[in-house]
Design a protein around this ligand. Structure first.
Ligand code: AMP
Length: 449
């Protein structure tokens, strides 16, 4: 015990209701029991018990003169003030406060076991404590928390909801950081990028931000699909280290007016119907790259023009990041996975596969020796015409570097691209001529004939 008291590390957890607000209330209440020296960032973790929402976890460092038993009683009181019912083991809860460490004390008192009996096995308890107090020594293990956390299965994901938290996360990354920017409503296509990120980096960061700057006034910003809980669960299951989720006012601030522009590339293809779209994409990705400083960023080839525009921006502006372009994940019938596929009615969904079928037809014709780009385009257009409701926006063969329509003979590496609308839903797809096949999802019908 010092003048100021004992350093107690307290674990916070919860998965019912407004947990972030409960953590803040718990912190305020603990402030009356001593001096709060710091609070760890929040982490997401998968529940151990029956099916229930994912958990939010944190840790708090309290300097207190209260004896350990009294401190524990006070923690229980705060829990019940915050609506905690002590019933189901591993069940859902509003607020859970655990006394993880009490200075360097060891206690075998069954009502007040110190250190907390499971702290070293559970990343959701040890992780936040180790970030908050890396040098704190576990008196039983005789090692500091940072060293112990190095050896734990890291099945927790940092909940990054501000720029400051993202920067702090970056500073703590000790190895290569791989970054996957997304707009959420995650599907297998996104998840394939995340799996590749695991291979390419020691740490994986995913961002979910529905960027208003890249949506036109008539576009689907307001109804863009969102599934924060489902997204977090999927990313936790893949062992992602940090998830950056931010809303527009915090990302841009009230007076934002800067845009990144490009002379030529955004004037092709999607840029013709989506004025300002690529400026919005470049601006947000530039901000994300500056905030996160990843070593490698992963993008899907599905958005081919986006990869070309962003590679140009990275080269032109000397962003110190490597770009990794991942193949397109497709449904068994060839349809490229997209968050927007969720908008399609069953009839539209049945027609949507014409986009990929048109591209495959173009690819086959090229492989069979057809090199006249206009003939390839006509052939693809004929396939698209099979989709009754489809309003074709473009169907073209381009040079992959300039995005200009291919003149002269088509060659391997050229890109065939299609875009169109089924009702209000805009779909795009592309294939590199002479390239290897994209990954497909297993055909459920084939598994259950
Ligand atoms: P979005 O959330 O639509 O902004 O997409 C985030 C990232 O996932 C982008 O780099 C996309 O190109 C990529 N992506 C989207 N759909 C697919 C897919 N079907 N296969 C592979 N990557 C994809």
């Amino acid at each position: 015990m010092t003048e100021a008291g004992v350093s107690a590390l307290i674990g916070l957890g919860g998965n019912l209701g407004a947990v972030a607000e409960r953590f803040a209330a718990a912190q305020a209440a603990l402030g009356s029991l001593g001096r709060v020296r710091g609070r760890a960032p929040d982490f997401w973790s998968l529940p151990l018990g029956p099916e229930q929402p994912i958990f939010r976890n944190s840790a708090l460092w309290l300097e207190t003169k209260l004896p350990a038993r009294q401190l524990l009683t006070a923690l229980h009181k705060i829990e019940s003030d915050q609506g905690r019912q002590r019933d189901l083991r591993w069940g859902p809860r509003t607020l859970d406060l655990d006394l993880l460490y009490y200075g360097d004390a060891i206690s075998y008192d069954s009502n007040c076991r110190i250190p907390h009996p499971h702290v070293r096995e559970r990343a959701f308890a040890l992780g936040p404590a180790a970030v908050l107090a890396p040098e704190h020594r576990d008196p039983e293990a005789g090692r500091c928390l940072a060293a112990l956390y190095q050896e734990t299965r890291r099945d927790i994901m940092e909940a990054l909801t501000s720029k400051a938290e993202l920067r702090a996360f970056r500073k703590r990354c000790t190895g290569r950081l791989a970054f996957v920017p997304t707009m959420g409503a995650l599907h297998e296509g996104h998840l394939s990028l995340v799996r590749q990120a695991r291979e390419l980096g020691d740490h994986v960061l995913v961002s979910i931000f529905v960027n208003p700057l890249q949506f036109g006034p008539q576009e689907d910003l307001a109804r863009y699909p969102r599934d924060p809980e489902g997204d977090r669960r999927k990313l936790l299951e893949l062992g992602v280290d940090g998830l950056f989720e931010i809303e527009s006012p915090a990302m841009y601030g009230a007076h934002h007016e800067t845009r990144i522009v490009q002379e030529r590339l955004p004037r092709h293809l999607c840029g013709l119907s989506r004025s300002g779209h690529f400026e919005g994409v470049m601006t947000v990705v530039a901000k994300l790259l500056l905030l996160a400083s990843p070593d490698v960023m992963l993008l899907g080839r599905k958005d081919f023009q986006q990869t070309v525009v962003l590679q140009r921006m990275i080269t032109d502006l000397d962003f110190p990041v490597e770009l990794h372009i991942a193949p397109t994940t497709r449904e068994a019938d060839g349809l490229a996975l997209s968050s927007r596929n969720a908008y399609l009615s069953p009839e539209q969904r049945a027609q949507a596969c014409c986009l990929s079928q048109a591209l495959f037809a173009g690819e086959r014709a090229f492989a069979a020796g057809e090199t006249d780009p206009r003939a390839l385009e006509r052939l693809m257009a004929a396939e698209l015409a099979q989709a009754r409701e489809l309003v074709v926006e473009y169907c073209t063969l381009v040079d992959p570097n300039t995005l200009d329509a291919r003149s002269g003979a088509a060659r391997a590496g050229d890109v065939a691209l299609v875009a169109g609308r089924l009702g209000k839903t805009r779909l795009i797809d592309n294939r590199l001529l002479g390239a290897v096949a994209d990954p497909r999802l297993p055909d459920p019908l084939a598994e259950n004939p």
